[in-house]
Design a protein around this ligand. Structure first.
Ligand SMILES: [Zn+2]
Ligand SMILES: [Zn+2]
Length: 361
């Protein structure tokens, strides 16, 4: 009698099962990906905190002071430059004024006239102002040179201090890197700690439920878990280790497949055994040793698996209705049915006359 397992369903049903299996696999993959992402989001070591432990706070403060002072010096220099520019402009103006007045004075002298009182005053005034300006300019230049000296000195001091702090920071960086490595190692352990048991469970279920109608479901979950595990391993393990893990995993998988197929041939399962028996009976060959079943109208013929359909049948008609044992290997091939006492196939599950079932050996 047919069981649910033998029903193959319509094409649409089979297609739907395939599509939903893929959808299920994608959904399971997403779920695992979310879990892995959440674990990955666990905060790692804080570089600023580590740096604070490694840097001398006094030196850090001094560096900040230097930076402030350098900024102030830069502003001062800019200021002095502006003042110099203003004074320079003013001096140029005065120079023009003075040369104009001098020209006037020269013309007056040529005409033997004295320069007017006001012009005389303007000239001496301008000269005084010019000299005053020059003095200020000199002073500013002196100041500027001193400020530049100080700036240069501070820059040197700051650079050496910054170099010292950089050396300290290098130690902090090393410490941070080692802490980060440890953190990543624990993240990997946590993620694989969740994924690997799931993968093992999926593998066990895949093997156990191989014949089950729910096999596609388990296979989808298992495949999704396997992909996620591979991705996590690829992310956390250095490439040179990962390739060993990958090849090792492939070796195990291919080895398991080989063992499976070898065992299937050596210890056939009921379904494949039944198929093997059925095909042999269809070709009138002993299902165990392939020797022709020569009874009834085929009694005097000989054929093989290949030539069975080319053999000319004698005119005598009739069906296979006699007990028969393979003369080669001694396997009983046709026997009496215990229910209806007619002749039935020994190696097929049902009697062709009454349908009673017997378990296959
Ligand atoms: Zn035989
Ligand atoms: Zn029967």
């Amino acid at each position: 009698m047919p069981t649910a397992g033998n029903s193959r369903g319509t094409g649409l049903h089979r297609f739907a099962i395939r599509v939903f299996t893929v959808v299920l696999a994608v959904l399971v993959y997403w779920l695992l990906e979310f879990i892995v992402k959440d674990i990955r989001a666990i905060p790692g070591p804080d570089f600023a905190a580590i740096e604070q432990r490694y840097l001398d706070p006094q030196q850090v403060a001094r560096l900040a002071d230097y930076d402030q002072e350098l900024a102030r010096l830069a502003r001062t220099i800019e200021n002095q430059l502006q003042k110099q520019r203003v004074i320079g402009d003013s001096s140029r103006n005065l120079q023009e004024t003075i040369s104009q007045l001098r020209e006037l004075q020269r013309l007056s002298l040529e005409k033997s006239l004295a320069l007017s009182e006001a012009d005389q005053a303007a000239l001496s005034n301008s000269l005084n102002l010019f000299l005053e300006n020059q003095r200020k300019y000199q002073e500013l230049s002196q100041l500027q040179a001193e400020t530049l000296d100080r700036q240069q000195q501070r820059v040197q001091e700051r650079d050496s201090l910054a170099g010292e702090l950089d050396r300290q920071r290098e130690s902090a960086r090393k410490e941070f890197q080692s802490q980060l490595d440890r953190h990543r190692f624990w993240l990997a352990c946590l993620q694989l700690g969740i994924l690997l048991p799931l993968l093992a469970l999926a593998a066990i279920l895949v093997v156990r439920l191989r014949g089950s109608i729910y096999f596609p479901l388990i296979l989808a979950c298992g495949t999704a878990t396997l992909v996620e595990v591979a991705l996590v391993m690829h992310e956390y393990f250095p490439k040179r280790y990962f390739k060993y893990v990958l090849v090792g995993g492939l070796l195990v998988a291919i080895g398991a497949l080989l063992v499976h197929f070898i065992r299937t041939i050596a210890f056939p399962k009921a379904a494949s055994l039944r198929r093997q028996y059925r095909e042999a009976y269809e070709r009138f060959l002993c299902p165990v040793c392939d020797y022709p079943i020569r009874s009834g109208p085929r009694r005097f013929l000989f054929w093989t698996r290949r030539t069975v359909h080319k053999v000319q049948m004698p005119a005598e008609s009739g069906t296979q209705e006699e007990l028969y044992v393979c003369p080669d290997c001694g396997t009983t091939l046709f026997e009496e049915c215990p229910s209806c006492h007619k002749v039935r196939y020994s190696r097929l599950p049902h009697c062709q006359h009454c349908g009673s079932e017997k378990p296959l050996a």
